[in-house]
Ligand binder design. Structure first.
Ligand SMILES: [Mg+2]
Length: 241
């Protein structure tokens, strides 16, 4: 479903069943909801990096020192495809990554993060947890495909997707997300997110909680985040908070 909405600045924006940060805040305020939890999507629910590493390896190869590494080992080493200098230094590969981020159909059929579907179901069944939406640096223009993937994968598909406004460059995505989290407090008080840049940009003055998925430790730059290596850890930690 595509709906025309008007942003607070008055300029019309087209969203596909998505919401802006302001719209989510207003909607939660109207419903007197505080203390909600939002979920990141890529590398938290969707194993987007597995799909990217497989494709990049096929299309662009790897450096000599990585010749003996398979996809899981490459992911262990670099985490994200753009962190692999062999691809990040190749204009064809960076162009390919840019196109993947912007193309709606590139969000289809992505593999799942192990345990994510079950973990989200367990959180939904918890009395003290209220999942109120998704917060993602994917651009708004891929929302329809994102929603379809969520539905097909077994995640709640009726929750709002708050995606990065298309004009905000990808490189500033996590600054935008950190600002969104500050803005959404106290209606949203926590996020599950794999990217250490989110707590880093949120800073020590963020009053909410960042469950850092996929890590078993934190670094000084984001020591206020709570590491949760697996989805089982997320469920236990969020429920205990
Ligand atoms: Mg992520």
């Amino acid at each position: 479903m595509t709906t025309k909405m008007t942003s607070p600045s008055g300029s019309p924006t087209t969203t596909t069943s998505g919401m802006t940060v302001e719209e989510l805040k207003a909607s939660l305020e109207q419903s007197n909801i505080r203390g909600g939890l939002v979920l990141d999507i890529d590398e938290t629910l969707a194993a987007t990096n597995v799909a990217w590493f497989e494709r990049c390896l096929h299309l662009f190869g790897c450096s000599k020192e990585d010749t003996n590494l398979n996809v899981p080992q490459l992911i262990d080493k670099y985490h994200l495809a753009q962190h692999n200098p062999h691809w990040n230094g190749n204009p064809d590969a960076t162009q390919w990554m840019h196109e993947q981020r912007e193309a709606p159909e590139a969000q289809d059929n992505l593999p799942l993060i192990p345990g994510a579907v079950q973990g989200v179901q367990q959180l939904l069944a918890s009395n003290n947890v209220n999942i109120v939406g998704y917060l993602t640096v994917r651009p708004q223009k891929v929302n329809a495909n994102t929603r379809q993937w969520l539905q097909e994968s077994g995640f709640p598909a009726d929750l709002p997707i708050v995606a990065k406004p298309d004009p905000v460059p990808f490189e500033q995505g996590n600054q935008w997300k950190a600002q969104a989290l500050h803005q959404l407090w106290p209606q949203v008080h926590a996020i599950v997110d794999d990217n250490p840049k989110v707590p880093t940009f949120c800073g020590t003055d963020y009053p909410g909680t960042i469950y850092l998925f996929g890590r078993d430790q934190v670094e000084p730059a984001y020591q206020w985040a709570i590491p949760c290596k697996t989805w089982e850890d997320v469920v236990t930690t969020v429920r205990a908070k």
